[in-house]
Ligand binder design. Sequence first.
Ligand SMILES: [Zn+2]
Length: 315
Amino acid sequence: MNRRQTIPKELRYTFQQFDQDFPTDDACLEQIKEQRFPQGISFCHKCLKSRKHYRVHGRTAYACETCGNHIYPLAGTIFEKSSTPLRIWFHAMYLMGSTRCGISAKQIQRETGVTYKTAWRMFRQIRKLMGEDLRLGGTGSGGVEIDEMYHGGKRKGQAGRILRGDKGGHSTVLGVVERKGRIVAKVTPGVTLAAANTLVKEYVLPETLIYTDESVIYHSLPHLAGMGYQHKRINHSQKVYVTGDDVHTNTIEGFWSLVKRGIGGVYHSVSAKYLQSYLDEYSFRYNRRGCGNLIFPALLQRVSETASHKPAVEA
Ligand SMILES: [Zn+2]
């Protein structure tokens, strides 16, 4: 089955369209400028007024129409210090946004013509755009599922490789997912009561109904002061996967298998050091799974959202 055919027309963003929208480095720069300084209007630190700015030929700068002072749309973004042409960055972002299961640095190297090292570096930077700060659940939601995942090392007799960067075993990940909603997945210092409490307080809104398995690490969730969580548990060890109508953690387990398939199939292995960024990448796409391949525009929007806001002004 060709998955692309299932994407409704209004949610498609073809490479042809991308090529038309961003034919040159200048077009890409213009896009970032418009995100950060719509119509080129920005506060001028010399005039001490909002001014219109015009492109400075041959530079990634725009100049104040009155005093000529420069602003730099790329300052503070992931592109700031890169010598790789912007068009190639955009192309790599398009590729990362257009896949469901992930894409390797090797594929980016092949499609954009950069070296493997550059592809790998772009990859890491683009993943930084994919880290989000979400709060899930709440009273109106259908509840959240929380579950843990082990990565690398060995667990319960399963075959698993110990990867470089792993301290003698596996990494642990805790995830929260809204049913038919969004996900948050974080590498944690371990699978402990304290780790679960910390994660849940940070990412789950008060009064949320929480579904977990019977692991002891979730036992104190309904007793967290001021949070008002309700807690329903299922018993995996007795093979009771679903008790009652909606007590299950199938949603988050589905996400774990997507991540495991992706890491195994596309990336082959991921060291503990980079695990969080891969989780961010999968979460970012999962949270936009209804967006067809409009993930690229969403990713593009993250460029200005994640920029550090140092003044884009020439000293
Ligand atoms: Zn000025």
